[in-house]
Design a binder for this molecule. Structure first.
Ligand code: GDP
Length: 356
């Protein structure tokens, strides 16, 4: 499954956020290095279309798509050199498909900041420097191995070329994602700074309603996406009934919880989209890569569906809502029969025809 790794300095609220993500109680304690075991949490992708589909089809249940998050220990400056707990734990996010960096924006004299003061820009620089150094270490080791393998004619020399190009980018103090080089030949190394990044600012409620402050923080990370939330508030929201949660959220001037934002933006950052199926049993969202064709989409339901794919009947969600039923959508020419080259669109409501 596709996962997003969570990184950040100690005491920025990673565990608090992760608790909210999983509704589990992992250790959230007020001292550095409290988080030591990697944890995985799965979060539903909020999708109001499913509620509507369930209404139209009289579905018994709703099954949303999900995003996985891996929580790792905090990184401190020097982690890549073995100080603190960092480097060992960086290994846990090599496998992640994207990285969410939690940045502390909340001020609380009772919660120690590892560097003594709350400063988002300098915190991000610390983390990014550590990730760059960790990638440099990985590359140096790999290059020695690549050189031998190229000499022994066991490896495409282009792999070594790309590795050297990657090192030059990192040596200049920049993350790999800042360059246009195609790093896919060295994808196996799981280089951290080549992954897509999301920034999660854990801020006080007062900041959430201050557009000027939010814009200033967003500008720090653009073009990467920024999410703003109050981890403490998020952990309170998950314990409330939906109506009460919505009310509390509204009282802070927000329309969507931080966790919902995280799932939604994380999903898009991973290059994913969903299509929908619906019937009396269930209304369900299925996860596919953006650009996936119909047979690949069918294969997510069952591998036999991909092998035996014949065609798909597709109605866009909006057309379905407008016409009110599949039968009416057909009557109005809104139900399309698509073949194996059809590129799936987000929100397609689909029924596959296949041979078994
Ligand atoms: P981690 O080390 O990054 O995992 O940080 P934790 O989640 O353990 O949080 C460290 C401390 O900060 C805990 O005492 C939390 O209760 C507190 N904390 C986390 N988020 C917030 C927040 O949004 N506001 C305030 N005031 N405190 C927070």
């Amino acid at each position: 499954a596709l996962t997003i790794g969570i990184v950040g300095l100690p005491n920025v609220g990673k565990s608090t956020l992760f608790n909210a993500l999983t509704k589990n109680q992992v250790l959230a304690a007020n001292y550095p290095f409290a988080t030591i075991e990697p944890n995985v949490g799965v979060v539903n992708l909020p999708d109001t279309r499913l509620t509507k589909l369930a209404e139209i089809f009289g579905s018994e249940r709703i099954l949303p798509a999900a995003v996985s998050f891996v929580d790792i220990a905090g990184i401190v400056a020097g982690a890549s050199e073995g100080e603190g707990l960092g480097n060992k734990f960086l290994a846990n996010i090599r496998e992640a498909d994207a990285i969410a960096q939690v940045v502390r924006g909340f001020v609380d004299p009772d919660v120690v900041h590892v560097d003594g003061a709350v400063n988002p820009a300098s915190d991000m620089e610390t983390i990014n420097t550590e990730l760059i150094l960790a990638d440099l270490q990985t590359l140096e080791k790999a290059e020695a191995r690549f050189e031998k393998e190229v000499k022994g004619k066991k490896l495409d020399p282009n792999v070594l070329v790309v590795a050297k190009e990657a090192r030059a980018v990192l040596d200049s103090g920049k993350p790999l994602s800042s360059s246009n080089i195609d790093f896919s030949p060295i994808a196996e190394l799981g280089l951290l700074t080549a992954k897509p990044f999301i920034y999660v600012f854990n801020v006080d409620e007062s900041v959430l309603t201050d557009d000027a402050q939010l814009a200033a923080l967003a500008a720090l990370v653009a073009p990467a996406k920024a999410i703003f939330l109050d981890a403490k508030l998020e952990s309170e929201l998950i314990d409330l009934e939906p109506e009460d949660a919505a009310e509390l959220l509204a009282s802070t001037g927000q329309t969507e919880s931080g966790l919902d934002q995280l799932a939604r933006i994380g999903f898009a950052t991973l290059g994913l989209q969903t299509y929908l199926t619906a019937g009396p049993k269930e209304s369900r969202a299925w996860t596919i890569p953006q650009g996936a064709k119909a047979p690949q989409a069918a294969g997510v339901i069952h591998t036999d569906f991909e092998k035996g794919f014949i065609k798909a009947e597709v109605v866009s969600f909006d057309d379905l809502v407008e016409t009110g039923s599949i039968a009416e959508a057909r009557a109005h020419g809104k139900a399309r029969i698509e073949g194996k080259d059809y590129v799936m669109q987000d929100g397609d409501v689909v029924e596959f025809r296949f041979n078994v």
